[in-house]
Structures are given as structure tokens and as C-alpha cells.
Design a protein around this ligand. Structure first.
Ligand SMILES: [Zn+2]
Length: 390
């Protein structure tokens, strides 16, 4: 590179760095009415800038975070770190974050709302996130957290076995007891210790996002049926249902099985059979595997020409009258898992779980052939028998 061009490049680089230092990472627009004293405002601003500079760099933030729920705060900030890491050299330079609301919620705590805007030359600006953080002042030191504690401060708490429920109104105790039993049973079957859990009963995914600090997230707009967890020993319910046993299986399985070996046809089958179908039905009830096997039997009666292998391979949705997400493949996989467990015990189930992540249908059938002699050729007759014998 010629010397002149190199010097020019350095000068440009210097000015870019300089302007990015001079400018706040989180813009504080003139229209925002900061309802707090100027010293606190300055302290919050300084800490907020340090926090967001780390988020952009993708480095640890723990010293700027409030200790309560720190792991959950970190998991929310990871989402923002991911967003920053996907930017290109142009979008990195755009000042896209604004502090648009700030007010005290107690004598030492402040609610902050930060907007993320996507600016692209050819389209109208779009809101990517609205993030709510709670700033806490302690001896002049400011730390931040998600608003979980603040939003749930009037909620009730009840311990049922290993599970501490946080809820409004009331919980369904019968379902909570069932979940506690399943949590213990699933862990025992896999030979791991049952986890003690905090369980937040939320109306829908949008409420979960709100508790996690996302008043709005563009990618989740319109989504409402999912739950969240297990993260930091915490669960956020699926549509206000007390039973989260489907994902408890995935959680424990992740503790003992390697990522690259886990076959997700088996995983879903075990999660359906030992846990449930994850989603709720139209009445908010959890959907059991037993019920789905009954439904599958009825379906076959009404559609006698059904090719079970095709149904399994294509993973066609045939249970939409119960819930749109329910999988016929996972219902069948659950039956196969049960058969493997009956013939080969938990060891057999573990072998089927570890059939391999790649080429999941092929790896699954290769393993079922080894374990119980089930393959593509005899699939229809063998699986039909499993359904009828259930
Ligand atoms: Zn699953």
C-alpha cells in the first residue's frame, strides 16, 4: 500500500473512531423528559454507555448488572449482543438506539425504555426492539436488570415439590403436582438430579418477552403460543399451563447427551411420551401422548388408506383441531420409543436418542432396525400394531 494512502486511511480511521467516541451509543433525544435529578441522570448515563459498549463488543457485563436474576438478565442481553454481531460495517456506524423513556419506580430504582431502530436506505425505518431495563442505584453505583422482579412484585408464590410457582390469581394444583412428579421421574429415568425450578405463570409469549425485558421484538411479533426455558433454572409457562415436562426432558437430555449425537426425531418422541406435546389445546389444557395416540387411531379409522411411513416422513399436520403445532411424527416416535424401552430398557432409549443429529430420519431408522428390527419396509405394519396395541 502506498504511504500516502496508508496515512489517509489512518486519518479516516481516526475520525471514525473519534466520532463514535464523541457520540453516545444510546442517543438521548431532546423530547425525553428525564424525571430525575441531574446527578443520578449523569450516573445512569455513564453506566448505560459502558453497558452498551460491552454489548456491542460482545463481552461480559456482570459488573454493570444487578445481582438478582443476573443470569436471566445476561440471557436477554445475549439477544442484543447477537443483534449487534450480525451488523455489517455500514449498519454498525448508524446510531440506532435511543433512550425514549425514563422515570423513577422507587427512591433508588428507575425504569428505562430503549428503542432499537432498523434504518435501511430503501425502506421505512422499523422498530427492532423496545427494551426495558431497571436501573438500580446503590451508593452511587448503578446496575441494570430485566424488569422481572418489578413486574412480578405483587405476584403470589407457592412451592410445590421442587417447583416454586410465581403466579397471579390461582394455579391448578393438580397439574402442578403432576409436573413436579414428572420432573422427578424424567430426571430419575435419565440418572440425573431433579432440578429445583422457578416457574413463572405467564399468559402468553408476549408477556414472557415483557418480563425478560423485551416490550417488543420484531422477530416475535404476533407470536404468542410458546413458553420459555429452562434458563437459569427458570421456566416461563406455555400459555399459563403448569406442566412444562416436554422441555424438561430436552433440558435433562442436554445435560448427558452430546449435541452432535442427539437425534431430534427421538428427542421429540421421548418428550411427547414422557412429558407432553408442549402446546396447550383450545381449553388451555396440556395435550398428553395418550390422547394423541387415541386421535391417531381415530384418524386411521377415518382414513384407512393412510400410509403411516409417509405420514411419519412428511410430518404432516393432522391434529389441527386440537392445536396447530401438534406433530403426528412425534406421536408415532413416542410409540416407537415406548417399544424400545419395553424391549431394551432405558439403555435402548439412550441409544436411540444418540442415533445422530445429521440426516435424522435415516439415522433414526438405522438405529430402530438395530434395536427392535423396525425399518422402512416393515414400518407400516409394525407401527400400526403399536397404535392398535397401545
Ligand atoms: Zn420438543
Amino acid at each position: 500500500m502506498p504511504k500516502m494512502r496508508k496515512r489517509l486511511l489512518l486519518i479516516v480511521l481516526f475520525f471514525t473512531l473519534y466520532t463514535s467516541v464523541a457520540q453516545d451509543i444510546v442517543e438521548k433525544p431532546d423530547f425525553v423528559n428525564y424525571a430525575i435529578d441531574s446527578l443520578t441522570k449523569k450516573r445512569i448515563n455513564t453506566s448505560l454507555e459502558l453497558l452498551f459498549s460491552n454489548i456491542i463488543k460482545g463481552v461480559s457485563n456482570s459488573k454493570y448488572l444487578t445481582s438478582k436474576h443476573i443470569k436471566l438478565t445476561e440471557s436477554s442481553l445475549k439477544v442484543l449482543e447477537g443483534y449487534e454481531s450480525r451488523k455489517d460495517s455500514v449498519t454498525l456506524k448508524i446510531q440506532d438506539k435511543r433512550l425514549i423513556n425514563m422515570y423513577p419506580i422507587s427512591d433508588h430504582e428507575y425504569s428505562l425504555l430503549i428503542s432499537y431502530t432498523i434504518y435501511k436506505s430503501d425502506v421505512k425505518p422499523k422498530i427492532a426492539y423496545l427494551v426495558r431495563l431497571i436501573a438500580t442505584e446503590n451508593n452511587g453505583n448503578i446496575t441494570f436488570s430485566i424488569p422481572l422482579e418489578y413486574y412480578t412484585r405483587y405476584w403470589k408464590i407457592k412451592e410445590i415439590g421442587n417447583v416454586t410457582y410465581h403466579y397471579r390469581g390461582q394455579i391448578n394444583k393438580e397439574r402442578a403436582l403432576l409436573f413436579d412428579q414428572k420432573n422427578t421421574k424424567i430426571a430419575n429415568r435419565l440418572g440425573v438430579k431433579p432440578q429445583k425450578l422457578n416457574f413463572y405463570m405467564c399468559d402468553d409469549l408476549q408477556e414472557i418477552l415483557r418480563l425478560r425485558g423485551f416490550e417488543y421484538a420484531i422477530k416475535a411479533n404476533g407470536q404468542y403460543r410458546d413458553g420459555y426455558g429452562v434458563v437459569a433454572k427458570t421456566i416461563f409457562s406455555v400459555m399459563n399451563n403448569e406442566d412444562f415436562s416436554h422441555d424438561m426432558f430436552h433440558y435433562y437430555s442436554g445435560q448427558i447427551n452430546e449435541h452432535k449425537n442427539r437425534n431430534w426425531i427421538t428427542e421429540e418422541g421421548v418428550a411427547y411420551s414422557w412429558g407432553n406435546a408442549y402446546y396447550t389445546d383450545r381449553n388451555g389444557g396440556m395435550i398428553t401422548h395418550k390422547r394423541l395416540v387415541g386421535e391417531l387411531r381415530n384418524y386411521l379409522k377415518q382414513n384407512p388408506k393412510t400410509n403411516l411411513f409417509d405420514l411419519f416422513r412428511q410430518n404432516r399436520k393432522i391434529f389441527s383441531h386440537i392445536a396447530p403445532e401438534i406433530s403426528a411424527r412425534s406421536t408415532i416416535a413416542g410409540l416407537i420409543v415406548n417399544r424400545v424401552e419395553r424391549e431394551k430398557g432405558i439403555e435402548g432409549v439412550l441409544k436411540l436418542i444418540n442415533a445422530g443429529r445429521q440426516d435424522k430420519l435415516k439415522s433414526f431408522l438405522k438405529r430402530t432396525e438395530e434395536l427392535i428390527g423396525l425399518n422402512q419396509d416393515n414400518f407400516n405394519s409394525k407401527v400400526e400394531k403399536l397404535i392398535l396395541d397401545y
